[in-house]
Design a protein around this ligand. Structure first.
Ligand code: G1P
Ligand code: ZN
Length: 543
């Protein structure tokens, strides 16, 4: 086996976004693209000789081939050991856990999350550090700098490693340890929650449907819900991981999790319905005839987490990304907990979790998690909900009604305008940015602007500053309209408009969110002139 040192040249467009590098699969497959990026990761983190890494992905098209390249490059660059999920599979939260459990120097996770997969769809790769979390901005900047200066990469010429059996083998001088992707993660979940109480609840007839969306969580969900917790066979639907997620978007929202939504809207819905995304870090929560907004779910979990064994001592604090609704802040205030507002992306929670400042955190984009790993965790959120059902004996309707009665209801919605011409999206943001200084005090569609700014974040742990993190328009009475451009899309630009309003009147807590938000939606259009800039009459996706 020989180590090859191959000459290459920088390839444009290798700047990591909100969550690693995401591109069309064909781009990742183009000559040297993957190799350049992997070498840049290795160099950008200060070299990998003698280090240990966890490697796995969500199983999408090109996962297996990409892992083969990564392993051969790792061996050529002197890595001591790679721990790889069987068949190259690992959910993102499981990878985070394995990094922490095995004390490795980090991991490489292959996923484009909720984006579709396949030869004509998307692929992604990201580096997580030794704490198990996505690399900080400082590290991704280093990696990006390496992509711009790369001259060569190292790769071992060797046959493909068999990843289909759990075994320890070698590749050159590197140890390759193939492990069961599920068991360590399932053990962790069992250590956090009251599995006996949840099992008893299922025995008592509690019914759930969990939609794995033909993505990575199928084997995890079957093992945890059906085998360990005794939920009836068939509780997990779409549980076979597929290379292209059956041609759909593995995105757990009411649009893409259609099958689950139909079950929950049926005449005899189960007590609880949930779904997770391509790589298992997102969750969708529903009840009979009810969709629970991720922001509400975060607030309710923050309020009731103490009912699960892992959190019985209470939470140190909570954090939410800026566009996530303020519902969780109200819970934190009532409980006297610290709450933090961070930029979009899980990497910004890492420092707060590491420093013990927060126990729970979440994003409006169906991401919720705690200090048990350093990624958001879809199955964890579902298990915490199950633990709450088991501990309270209440239905979803009762839990929501109690929450709204205590804290008010934060009506919330996100409107996405996808594949907008990048120039037009930038023009919209520039025009709105220019207006911000004069907005305070103005009345727009019946709402008075209290403040308007571009969000910047000063990390309270390491003092770093992240600027240009979204345009915020705050109205009197707690309504907000937030604008930002996606950092995970692979085609043109995606404009995200986040809308919310607090309602406390007891007789107005059951409205349709789009109706309850009509004024805020109209104000967003008035202020940003979305139609004029994008040519779109309506959003592509409403969540
Ligand atoms: C999106 C979500 C964000 C999430 C990220 C990775 O990023 O909005 O909350 O952390 O995916 O899952 P965006 O495309 O908005 O940059
Ligand atoms: Zn994901």
């Amino acid at each position: 086996m020989t180590i090859k040192n191959l000459v290459t040249a920088p390839i444009a467009g290798q700047k990591p976004g909100t969550s690693g590098l995401r591109k069309k699969t064909a781009v990742f497959q183009s000559p040297h693209f993957l190799e350049n990026y992997v070498q840049s990761i290795f160099d950008g983190i200060g070299g990998v000789a003698g280090k240990r890494f966890v490697i796995g992905g969500d199983g999408r098209f090109f996962n297996r081939q990409a892992i083969d390249v990564i392993l051969r490059m790792a061996a050529a660059n002197g890595v001591a050991e790679c721990i790889v999920g069987r068949d190259g599979l690992l959910s993102t939260p499981a990878a985070s856990h394995l990094i922490r459990l095995n004390g490795t120097n980090g991991g490489l996770i292959l996923s484009a999350s909720h984006n579709p997969g396949g030869p004509n769809a998307d692929f992604g790769l990201k580096f997580n550090g030794a704490n198990g979390g996505p690399a900080s901005e400082a590290v991704t900047e280093e990696i990006y700098a390496c992509t711009q200066n790369i001259e060569a990469y190292k790769i071992l010429e060797a046959p493909t490693v068999d990843l289909s059996v759990e075994a320890t083998t070698t590749l050159g001088d590197m140890t390759v340890t193939v492990i069961d992707p599920v068991s360590d993660y399932a053990e962790l979940m069992e250590s956090l929650f009251d599995f006996d109480a949840i099992r008893a609840m299922f025995e008592g007839g509690f019914r759930m449907v969990f939609d794995s969306m033909l993505a990575v969580t199928g084997p995890y969900a079957k093992e945890i819900f059906e085998t360990r917790l005794g939920a009836k066979h068939g509780t997990v639907i779409n549980g076979e991981p597929s290379h292209d997620f059956g041609g759909g978007h593995p995105d757990p929202n009411p649009i893409w999790a259609r099958e689950l939504m139909a079950i929950m809207q049926s005449d005899t819905p189960p007590d609880f319905g949930a779904a997770s995304d391509g790589d298992g870090d997102r969750n969708m929560i529903t009840g009979p005839h009810r969709y629970v907004s991720p922001s509400d779910s975060l607030a309710i979990l923050a309020d009731l987490a103490h009912l699960a064994p892992a959190y019985k001592g209470g939470l140190a604090g909570v954090a939410r990304s800026m566009p996530t609704s303020c519902a969780v802040d109200r819970v934190a205030a009532a409980k006297g907990m610290e709450s933090f507002e961070t930029p979009t992306g899980w990497k910004f929670f890492g420092n707060l979790l590491d420093a013990g400042r927060v126990t729970l955190c979440g994003e409006e984009s169906a991401g919720t998690g705690s200090d048990h790993v350093r990624e958001k965790d879809g199955l964890w959120a579902v298990l915490l909900w199950l633990n709450i059902f088991a501990a309270t004996g209440k239905s979803m309707d009762q839990i929501l009604a109690d929450h709204y009665a205590t804290y008010g209801r934060t009506y919330y919605s996100r409107h996405d305008f996808e594949a907008v011409e990048t120039e037009n999206a930038n023009a919209l943001m520039d025009a709105l940015r220019a207006k911000l200084p004069d907005l305070a005090g103005q009345e727009v569609n019946g709402l008075r602007v209290q403040a308007a700014d571009e969000f910047a974040y000063d990390d309270p742990v390491d003092g770093s500053r992240s600027e240009r993190q979204g345009l915020r328009i705050l109205f009197e009475g707690g309504a907000r309209a937030i604008f930002r451009l996606s950092g995970t899309d692979t085609e043109g630009a995606t404009l995200r408009v986040y809308l919310e309003r607090l309602e406390t009147a007891k007789n107005k807590l059951k409205a349709d969110p789009q109706k309850a938000l009509a004024n805020v939606i109209a104000s967003a259009e008035t202020l940003a002139e979305i139609k004029a800039h994008t040519g779109r009459a309506a959003p592509d996706v409403i969540t």
